[in-house]
Write a protein that binds this ligand. Structure first.
Ligand code: AMP
Ligand code: GLY
Length: 437
């Protein structure tokens, strides 16, 4: 028997998953594994998703197209992966069409789409976060930068695909970044307002929270690797690899994070009148003074999802459905976490996060060990039916094992066997935790 929330809210039978990345491939696999055995479709999907479920060529930002698809396919539950459709009001439009969805409406998605909006909420509710200034004009921004000194962090207000943050090591770099953003050269309107934030030092952790307003469930902890290069060098990316659990978040620290950050955040959002049903992803810096919020995202993390969902010993469809229906309280006691360690090593196309080639053929190993999965991110099929690269982050090799070491060994063995002329990947995913031991 599945862990259905109650007789009165049967689980959905026809599920649409929106998005095209590794996060969505993991969501597809996870929902397919539900004891409720739903029919699953995806839009637009990628080559890996298309190998598992029917996909439809409707872009993730085509709101009317997605609503029409959901209607046509008699979808009774939509799970929205990326932030862009959320901020464009996909969940609002689906609600207007009477179709339940997992993910916040546009008002909730603003918590990710505007860093200034979020900063104001963090300050209003006394939630720990770095000191900062908000600017729309270049001169006051430069004066503030000079008064704080380097290192310092410059953030474009709006969505910039994970690239709108510059951690400047020198004043010159900071001044250039602020000037670039405010003059509209970089990120266009997204950079017309900026946040200048003190640089926090510490380890980062990603806390993913499934919430239906006041009720919430904290998912397994994880740590991302944001920089492109080994040893956390080079520019920031969308994330080059993850592992879970993140042992740096001890049980005691998680209690503190819940008390000082998660609960106050969930309550603040509700107090602001936002009916938030979806994932609140809190990026946290563990500073010597305590945990501090770097950002909110309003969706599952990528590649956090690839390590967090496989560690849940729970019907994830039932969990997300309950959050969307406002019955999370009923499902919360059923959420169990496996003791295993999970890792995801991202294989990217050489050049990412800047320009990179597309269309390079990928050859996969003929068989995989039981504990390894190859998750597709930026992949497509070419005219010859061959799987080729189609994005900056191409694949995520995930593994589950009793120890992080064993998981890493399994994943890296498969990374070596994948053939692709432009493949690059970090060799040190999980190394911080492994070296700590
Ligand atoms: P965000 O999109 O705000 O999470 O920023 C992207 C990345 O930039 C974070 O994951 C951090 O690695 C880094 N970052 C953001 N804000 C700060 C800060 N105040 N101090 C140091 N690093 C930061
Ligand atoms: N991996 C970080 C993110 O999804 O934003």
């Amino acid at each position: 028997m599945s862990s259905a929330p109650s007789e009165s809210t049967p689980l959905p039978k026809n599920v649409l998953i929106v998005g095209a990345g590794g996060r969505e491939h993991t969501l597809v696999k996870t929902v397919l594994a539900s004891p409720a055995r739903p029919r699953v479709i995806a839009a637009p999907g990628n080559a890996g998703i298309a190998a598992e479920v029917p996909t439809f060529p409707v872009a993730a930002d085509d709101i009317p197209g997605l609503v029409a698809l959901a209607r046509r396919e008699q979808i009774d539950f939509v799970i929205v992966g990326p932030e862009v459709p959320l901020s464009l009001g996909l969940v609002d439009a689906l609600a207007a069409a009477g179709i339940p969805a997992y993910g916040p409406k546009a008002d909730g998605a603003r918590l990710e789409a505007s860093k200034v909006f979020t900063k104001k909420i963090l300050l209003k509710y006394g939630i720990p976060t770095a000191a900062s200034g908000i600017f729309t004009e270049i001169e006051p921004a430069l004066a503030y930068l000079r008064s704080r000194g380097a290192p310092i962090v410059i953030k474009a207000d709006g969505l910039a695909a994970g690239k709108g943050v510059v951690v400047a090591q020198s004043l010159a770099e900071a001044e250039a970044a602020a000037t670039d953003m405010l003059s509209g050269n970089k990120f266009g309107a997204a950079g017309s307002q900026i946040l200048v934030e003190d640089c926090l030092v510490g380890e980062e952790t990603s806390i993913l929270v499934v919430t239906s307003g006041r009720d919430y469930v904290i998912l397994p902890t994880s740590q991302d690797h944001k920089r492109i290069g080994d040893g956390d060098t080079g520019p920031n990316t969308g994330g080059m690899g993850t592992y879970s659990p993140a042992d740096v978040v001890t049980p005691e620290l998680l209690v503190r994070i819940d008390r000082e950050i998660v609960k106050p955040s969930v309550d603040a959002i509700a107090d602001e009148g936002i009916d938030f049903r979806g994932t609140l992803f809190i990026g946290i810096m563990l500073t010597p003074q305590g945990p501090s919020v770097l950002e909110y995202n309003t969706r599952f993390g990528d590649p956090e999802t690839q390590v967090v969902l496989p560690r849940l010993d729970t019907d994830v469809l039932a969990l997300l459905w309950a959050a969307a229906r406002g019955t999370l309280g009923e499902v919360k006691p059923l959420v169990k976490i496996k003791p295993d360690h999970a890792i995801c090593v991202v294989i990217a196309a050489r050049g990412y996060p800047d320009a990179y080639p597309k269309g390079d053929a990928i050859t996969f190993p003929p068989a995989l060990p039981d504990n390894v999965q190859i998750i597709h991110a930026g992949t497509a099929k070419n005219a010859a039916g061959q799987v080729v690269t189609a994005g900056g982050r191409v694949l995520g090799v995930t593994a589950l094992a009793h120890t992080l070491r064993a998981a890493a060994d399994s994943a890296y063995a498969v990374c070596e066997q994948i053939e692709c002329a432009t493949k690059v990947y970090r060799r040190d995913i999980g190394a911080k935790q492994l070296n700590r031991r």
